[in-house]
Write a protein that binds this ligand. Structure first.
Ligand code: TYD
Length: 210
């Protein structure tokens, strides 16, 4: 029997409210329509550390930036190597689309504590796989906060305009820093949903050998 080709590992990133969830669903549907098997996943996961992260993100628990960075790291390792994790899916030939990954840790925790420490523990970890492609849904915080306000009643600790400005700039710096090792496509996500979906799909076709 012919060996099955590995799946593609695609990450979507962006500040809170950039429209990631909708675009991930649209991309998954489109790839499935081409006959590919697709698994959609997200960080934080539902692991023990993921649950601790959710409690901290909601403001119910207070945790410092180093604790947050370490919890995200632990959750990410679990996400890679657990029984139905990223590695297992890719090995079965399933494409994995992941909502946030280490770029978020570098942008968010990296701007709140020692950047090099956060970068190195993520990028040098043998059990944290590099994605085939990262798509950054780029939108101004003004727009993303309006989307959050229209769609939800509760907000999380990072959802404030000045903070999101800082994280957006930080994401762009992180991508510039990783340009030799990571393939990143920046998509203008301020347009309407269909236009963004088309741009995301095109970026995947051009960059991820799908
Ligand atoms: P979530 O509710 O999943 O938000 P979204 O739908 O916007 O992705 O919460 C994820 C939050 O966690 C978001 O504010 C970004 C933050 N985060 C980090 O700070 N570091 C990380 O490594 C990851 C994966 C997420």
């Amino acid at each position: 029997m012919q060996e099955r080709k590995r799946g593609r590992f695609i990450v979507l990133e962006g500040i809170d409210g950039c429209g990631k969830s909708t675009q991930i669903e649209r991309l998954a549907e489109r790839l499935r329509a081409e006959g590919r098997e697709v698994a959609v996943t997200a960080e934080p996961t539902d692991s023990a550390s993921g649950k601790m992260l959710r409690a901290a993100l909601s403001g119910a628990d207070r945790r410092g930036p180093c604790e947050m960075a370490a919890l995200f790291l632990l959750d990410r390792i679990y996400h890679n190597v657990s029984e139905n994790g990223i590695e297992a899916m890719l090995a079965k030939g399933i494409d994995v689309i992941c909502d946030r990954y280490y770029y978020s840790s570098l942008a968010y925790q990296g701007s709140e504590t020692d950047f090099a420490w956060v970068r190195d523990m993520n990028l040098a970890c043998p059990e944290i796989r590099r994605p085939d492609l990262c798509l950054f849904l780029d939108v101004e915080p003004r727009v993303s906060l309006a989307r959050i306000a229209a769609s939800r009643t509760s907000t999380e600790i990072y959802e404030k305009e000045e903070l999101l400005e800082k994280f957006r700039a930080r994401f762009l710096e992180v991508f510039a820093m990783l340009k030799e090792t990571d393939r990143v496509a920046v998509v203008d996500a301020s347009r309407d949903v269909d236009e963004v979906a088309e741009a995301v799909y095109r970026a995947v076709k051009e960059n991820a050998e799908i």
